[in-house]
Structures are given as structure tokens and as C-alpha cells.
Design a protein around this ligand. Structure first.
Ligand SMILES: Cc1cc2nc3c(=O)[nH]c(=O)nc-3n(C[C@H](O)[C@H](O)[C@H](O)COP(=O)(O)OP(=O)(O)OC[C@H]3O[C@@H](n4cnc5c(N)ncnc54)[C@H](O)[C@@H]3O)c2cc1C
Length: 405
């Protein structure tokens, strides 16, 4: 394993760190204020920063393929340290057009989209002109098992008609969100339950798409993208909107979630690293019982444990990324599961220590820690709950030794 940065990555990393120092950290409070004033609009500040990032070539870094002028074509391994840096501030990935769920949706369209679908939706997404959402989860069924999804996609002449109820659809609250990839069933009685699902493109302004309310995450609205509850009431779209043909939904979902999961983990490492850095700043300054907190053994232990745990997760992330690059997503699935279990839990532990060292302000709006904690907590469900990854990892690992005496 060689995790040495290439010259290209080091150059991007230097530029990205400089951008974070100059434009992201100093604007954290300003951005939160703008989002409080108008939660579902993209703040003007965001648009200005996006243009700056684009001008510097810090754009679409996630896509492991050169796509026109829009992407430098980095491998997953090359992207990992960059995603980590972006993960230090919750809203930063969007500045570089590297935010979920757009990244996963762009990958789906790049890999499975028709020429027309790519022209209509991938191009504007790559340019950062519009935003998107991915609608799978349903309140009525256990959606960690995608075969449970009940939304109906029914052929009717030249169209499909969609009926269903989804929630926690990230990105769908914002005004700039123009397109949704919706997962539903075109063939609910197919004997093979992995061929029942399809994915279909639904423009947000299609009649019958009813956004009911923003769902919260432990009290946070996660503006500007938000997490929408949506009813699909006889939503009619042309047949050409199906992605890659009927029955491919489960396969596409698997393909979409591989890179998406590891991107989340890279950002989790960044969130933990930021929390650790804030913790170190705080304990060097804060004085209790006559000396700086850093002089207490238990504080040093908290820092030491955090350094160790972050580095462990970082290395596992890089190993998984390298395996994906060299042998494909399928070959890397055990490593992806491992890091998806490890990284958000590690980040939660480190952020919790940082909050404790900060005292009351660690839970307040004056540090990013509480919001970061809520974000990492939701990652223990999003893109597959911990238990589902453990179920599959445990099953597959034990199988290797099933015939040993
Ligand atoms: C902030 C946030 C953003 C999200 N964004 C999106 C989005 O953009 N699009 C989208 O479609 N969805 C999104 N989701 C939903 C997320 O993907 C689902 O919550 C997740 O897939 C789990 O589905 P569920 O909530 O129906 O839980 P369920 O499937 O009901 O599972 C509940 C719990 O049951 C347990 N469990 C399940 N299976 C097993 C097992 N085999 N063994 C042991 N225990 C088990 C786990 O503890 C699990 O957490 C988001 C969720 C959050 C919190």
C-alpha cells in the first residue's frame, strides 16, 4: 500500500487548504446566518464561493473520470484527502460541487444515463447550476431493506405514473433542486425481488409532487438542502425518464452507494479531525483549577485516543479507496462496510470528547460541534444502518471459514 500523495494531489490539497483558510472558516457564521434568514435558498455567498472554487479548478473533484472540462478525474484514493478537508465544515462540500446527494446522482447519470438524460440533468449538475435529490426511503416500510420499497411506477401509454410516499429526501427542500431520482417498483410481483425496482427521473415541478414538510435531524433543519417528506400523487413522466431500463433499480442503488458511502467516511474523518483541532485549541487556552486544561492527564488521554482513532479510520478509508480503484467496488465491499461502520462512530466519539472539553459552549451554536455530532449520528442510518453492514460483513466473513475443520 502506497498512500503517498502524487504531485497533482498535493497541489490540489494545498490549494484546497488555502481556500478553506481564506474563504470557508472565516465565513462559517455568516453562512449560518444567511441560512437562518432564508433556509431553502442558496445564499449569494455560496454562489460567490462556488465561482471562486470553479475558477481555481477545485470543482467536481469526486468524479473518478474526466468529464469534459468539469472534472480532473481523480481516483478514489486521490480524492480521499481532499474530501477529508471538505468534511471539516458541513456546508463546504457544496462549494466544490462535491456535496451529497448530488455527487451520487451525478455518478448514476454518468454511468447509467442516456445521452438525453445526461444532457438534460448531468450537464447542469456538473456545472453546479441546479441541485438534485435521491428518493428511496419510505416512512411506511423498513427502507434499509430496499426490496421493501412500495412506491409504484406503472406504465401507462408513453408515460409512467408514480404513486408513493417518501421521507428524509435530502436536498429536496431547496428551491434550486430541480430533479429527483426516484426508486420504486415497476414489477412488484417479479419472483426475483432484486428485479422488481427501477429508478426514474422526476423533475421537482411535475404535477403531483407534493413536498409536505422538512424533516429535522435532532432539531436541525440542515438548510439549505433539508430532508423532505414527499407524496407522489399520480405523478406522470415520459417513459424516457427511466434510468437504464426497467428492473435495474436495485443494481443501480448498489452501484450508487459504494462511492457515496466512502465519500461520507472521508468527510467523517475530516469532521473528527476538525473537532480534535478545536479541542486542542480550547484546552491550550482554558484554565481550570490553576492550570491550562492541557496539563490534566485525562485531557491528554482524550487527545491521544482521538489522534489514534482518527488515524486508524483514515488508513482504513484509504485502503478501501485503493481497493475500489484497483479491483472495483464489488471487490472492495467488505472494506467499504468496515469503514462505514467505523468512521461515523469514531467521529461521534471524538466530537463528544471535544464537546466535553469545551464545556457548555460545546453544545451551543457558537461552535460547529453540536451540528457535526447530529450529522455524524445520522450517518449511522444513512446509506445503510450499522447493523445492516454488520449483518452482511459478518455473514460473508464467516462464510470464508465455513468448511474449515
Ligand atoms: C439525515 C438523513 C438523511 C437521509 N437522506 C436520505 C436521502 O436523501 N434519500 C433517501 O432515500 N433516504 C435518506 N435517508 C434515510 C436513510 O437512508 C434511512 O433512514 C435508512 O436507509 C434506514 O431506513 P429506515 O429509516 O426505514 O430504518 P429501518 O429500515 O426501519 O431500520 C431501523 C433500524 O432497524 C435496525 N435493523 C435493520 N436491519 C437490521 C438487521 N439486519 N439486523 C439488526 N438490526 C437491523 C437498525 O438499527 C436500523 O437502524 C436519510 C436519513 C437521515 C437520518
Amino acid at each position: 500500500m502506497d498512500f503517498q500523495y502524487s504531485e497533482k494531489v498535493q497541489d490540489l490539497l494545498d490549494k484546497l487548504n488555502a481556500f478553506m483558510d481564506e474563504h470557508i472558516y472565516p465565513n462559517e457564521h455568516k453562512m449560518h446566518q444567511a441560512l437562518r434568514d432564508e433556509p431553502w435558498s442558496t445564499p449569494e455567498l455560496m454562489e460567490q464561493l462556488k465561482q471562486k472554487a470553479k475558477d481555481q479548478g477545485l470543482w467536481n473533484l469526486f468524479l473518478p473520470k474526466v468529464y469534459g472540462d468539469f472534472s480532473p478525474g481523480l481516483t478514489n484514493l486521490e480524492y480521499a484527502p481532499l474530501a477529508e478537508v471538505m468534511g471539516k465544515v458541513i456546508w463546504a462540500p457544496e462549494v466544490f460541487n462535491c456535496g451529497a446527494p448530488d455527487t451520487g446522482n451525478m455518478e448514476v447519470l454518468a454511468k447509467y444515463g442516456s445521452d438525453k438524460q445526461q444532457q438534460d440533468w448531468l450537464q447542469p449538475l456538473m456545472a453546479g447550476r441546479i441541485r438534485s435529490a435521491f428518493a428511496m426511503t419510505e416512512p411506511a416500510v423498513a427502507s434499509s431493506d430496499a426490496t421493501n420499497i412500495e412506491t409504484e411506477i406503472k406504465a401507462d401509454g408513453d408515460d409512467y405514473v408514480i404513486n408513493g410516499h417518501k421521507f428524509y429526501i435530502s436536498g429536496a427542500m431547496r428551491k434550486q433542486c430541480e430533479i429527483m431520482i426516484v426508486m420504486g417498483k415497476t414489477d412488484a410481483t417479479n419472483e426475483n425481488r432484486y428485479l422488481q425496482q427501477s429508478m426514474i427521473l422526476v423533475p421537482m415541478n411535475t404535477p403531483g409532487v407534493k413536498v409536505i414538510r422538512p424533516m429535522q435531524v435532532m432539531g436541525y433543519d440542515d438548510a439549505p438542502e433539508g430532508h423532505a417528506e414527499i407524496i407522489f400523487d399520480n405523478v406522470r413522466v415520459p417513459k424516457e425518464n427511466i434510468i437504464a431500463g426497467e428492473g435495474r433499480g436495485f443494481e443501480i442503488a448498489q452501484g450508487r452507494l459504494g462511492p457515496g458511502r466512502i465519500h461520507h467516511c472521508m468527510r467523517s474523518v475530516g469532521a473528527a479531525q476538525r473537532a480534535l483541532e478545536l479541542m486542542c485549541q480550547r484546552v491550550n487556552q482554558r484554565v481550570a483549577f490553576g492550570r491550562e486544561l492541557i496539563k490534566q492527564q485525562s485531557i491528554r488521554e482524550d487527545i491521544a485516543k482521538s489522534v489514534c482513532e482518527i488515524e486508524q479510520a483514515r488508513l482504513l478509508t484509504l485502503k478501501a479507496a485503493q481497493k475500489m480503484d484497483e479491483e472495483g467496488n464489488k471487490a472492495a465491499k467488505d472494506l467499504i462496510a468496515m469503514i462505514k461502520i467505523i468512521a461515523p462512530n469514531m467521529a461521534l466519539t471524538v466530537i463528544d470528547r471535544a464537546m466535553q472539553c469545551h464545556g457548555a459552549v460545546g453544545l451551543s451554536q457558537d461552535t460547529p460541534l453540536a451540528h457535526m455530532w447530529a450529522g455524524q449520528r445520522s450517518l449511522r442510518f444513512a446509506d445503510g444502518p450499522d447493523q445492516v453492514h454488520m449483518m452482511q460483513l459478518g455473514r460473508d466473513y464467516a462464510k470464508k471459514f465455513a468448511n474449515n475443520q
